[in-house]
Design a protein around this ligand. Sequence first.
Ligand SMILES: Nc1nc2c(ncn2[C@@H]2O[C@H](COP(=O)(O)OP(=O)(O)OP(=O)(O)O)[C@@H](O)[C@H]2O)c(=O)[nH]1
Length: 352
Amino acid sequence: MQSKIPATIVTGFLGAGKTTLIRHLLQNAGGRRIALIINEFGDLGVDGGILTGCGIETCTEDDVVELSNGCICCTVADDFIPTMEALLARPVPPDHIVIETSGLALPQPLVRAFNWPGLKTKVTVDGVITVLDGPAVAAGTFAADVAAVDAQRAQDDGLDHETPLSELYADQVACADMIVVNKTDLLDGATDALLARIRNEARDGVQVIPAVMGALPADVLLGRGQGAEDDIAARHEVHHHHHHDEDDDHHDDDHHEHGHDAFESFVVETPEVDDPAAFARKLSQVIRDHGILRLKGFASVAGKPMRLTVQAVGPRVDHYFDRPLGSDTRGARLVVIGQAGLDRPAIEAALR
Ligand SMILES: Nc1nc2c(ncn2[C@@H]2O[C@H](COP(=O)(O)OP(=O)(O)OP(=O)(O)O)[C@@H](O)[C@H]2O)c(=O)[nH]1
């Protein structure tokens, strides 16, 4: 029998550090030919731009496939499966496939897609890696007490989808074979308690590993041989319990209602940046004023030949020059992601 190509699913909430972890993995791939499938939220292709712009020799444009037609878990049949089939049909197929889901995707439907007849014989899910934003989880932002939430819902039908963040968190934790608790540099000694708490929430036997900038050896991340598609039932999906208006047995891949409509994203274009530090301060203020969850993109800076990458998770804004601008048009293009109801005109005005 021909051996199956292993695929690793990297999931985790917006801004947890998935792209950073994958970038480190590619830089330390130990000669493996890795193909990437990236599911962007918003059309700008920031994560693809960060990965192909990073000058990693083993990572050519060909090896990065971007899916930006929506959330990967809602478009598996239309988008993900054909993309996988095309990748597998290449004359030289990759040694390993890494799939980065959008920060709002549920991993379970994606794992289930590996049981598709056209894929099942050729690929297997080597493991589901869930990246958590350590400080955010420690602050209780995405840490659902699943039992309490369910109990509350049982009492009140009107609560459906009121807490999509905690649902996503719970689903991403429940599906994991390995949980990377990232950004422990920002945790101030509270790491051990947090790891213990997350171990408690995870399925039995799931590794919970602390990390800074997703820096974990390729041998830890890859080659787990989990075969996740064969034990999908063990990977409890919290959100299924809330569809009181649907048939309870309605578990197929193509249902769309898991709270994405609770989020929105749009792209804002602004003129060239004068002073990156001042720009970052302005972004941070706009993020606070409007409760933006995630903001990222690229900008040109007056008089500079390099591209400025801007990354904000909550009010913390990182910015750095990553590569020559080349033929990119000057100005800034930023993806703004938040819960539905963002005041887009006000945000656009404030950013310009
Ligand atoms: N301090 C600190 N910052 C980090 C760490 N890991 C990632 N970051 C920063 O967090 C921001 C988000 O990281 P990404 O890797 O883009 O996160 P992501 O999960 O891919 O984000 P989405 O694709 O938007 O869901 C970037 O500015 C990173 O530089 C870490 O361990 N410590």
